[in-house]
Design a protein around this ligand. Structure first.
Ligand SMILES: C[S@@+](CC[C@H](N)C(=O)[O-])C[C@H]1O[C@@H](n2cnc3c(N)ncnc32)[C@H](O)[C@@H]1O
Length: 254
């Protein structure tokens, strides 16, 4: 790739492709969320929307029976996903596909579980969940993380950052009301601990970006990109009491 044609989206892919996860999370929290979901068996159909390179998908596969389809917009992430499927010998029940979570290939009432970590806010919590629900059987579950306000203080710098990124934060109570309105019974909601952001995401990302700065030394697009990510890291360090990711687990009852 020529230095001049490089975009920030290219840099995002290059930085994140080699990371275990492409957003805040941890194996412990994925398994904790899964512990609230009991009905899965070898016939179950599971979708992991915005699966990235599949960090949480592979863990789900190792801890459930049934078939899992990971969906992500970015082909380079799905390439890494498919490599992991092969390495772990999961070809007979795990598939990654390039696609949009706003245009899914599933049948109505096909799925037993919809998983999604770190993605629904880009679509909008209500819009995304309303659309996804048609694919879920009655009695099926959703488990998703979404950024939310954790206190009633909404620092303007945080609000602006997320809005500029094409997302937004909402109060936990509003997220839960939306789930209930769409037809879910709330099974559990818990906040991801700081370590999911810091050690598990910001730290490996910063390491990857050190290499990027070396590789593209002197390129202003790269230094600007890294600065923006550093700003996000600093913002979280300053305001992490006010916002974070919340895992919501719901059962479709109507
Ligand atoms: C914050 S990352 C989270 C990745 C992974 N779930 C994790 O927790 O490590 C969000 C992912 O969602 C994908 N994504 C964003 N919008 C999407 C959409 N409309 N449809 C499918 N994937 C999407 C991105 O490409 C990215 O891989």
């Amino acid at each position: 790739m020529g230095n001049h044609s490089m975009t920030k989206f290219d840099l995002l892919i290059e930085t994140h492709q080699g990371l275990k996860r492409q957003g805040p999370g941890s194996p412990e929290m994925t398994l904790r969320a899964l512990s609230f979901i009991s009905h899965l068996d070898e016939h179950s159909r599971i979708a992991d929307l915005g699966c990235g390179t599949g960090g949480q998908t592979m863990l789900l596969a190792q801890n459930t029976a049934g078939f899992i389809t990971g969906v992500d917009l970015i082909p380079d992430f799905i390439d890494v996903f498919q490599d992991q499927v092969k390495e772990l010998h999961l070809e007979n029940r795990v598939t990654g596909m390039v696609g949009s979570a706003e245009d899914l290939p599933f049948e109505k009432d096909e799925l037993d579980l919809i998983w999604s970590e770190g993605m629904i806010d880009g679509i909008g919590f209500e819009k995304g969940l309303t659309y996804w629900s048609r694919f879920l059987k009655k009695g099926g579950y959703v488990a998703l993380t979404c950024p939310a306000w954790l206190t009633d203080e909404y620092p303007p710098a945080v609000k602006k950052f997320w809005e500029d990124a094409g997302s937004s934060l909402d109060a936990i109570g509003n997220h839960i009301s939306i789930m209930q309105k769409i037809g879910y019974r709330l099974v559990a909601a818990f906040t991801l601990p700081d370590v999911c952001w810091t050690e598990n995401y910001f730290l490996p990302r910063a390491e990857a970006e050190k290499n990027l700065l070396k590789k593209y030394a002197g390129n202003p697009i790269v230094s600007d990109y890294v600065k923006e990510d550093q700003y996000e890291t600093d913002l979280y360090a300053k305001y992490h009491q006010s916002y974070g990711y919340v895992f919501y687990i719901g059962k479709k009852v109507s």
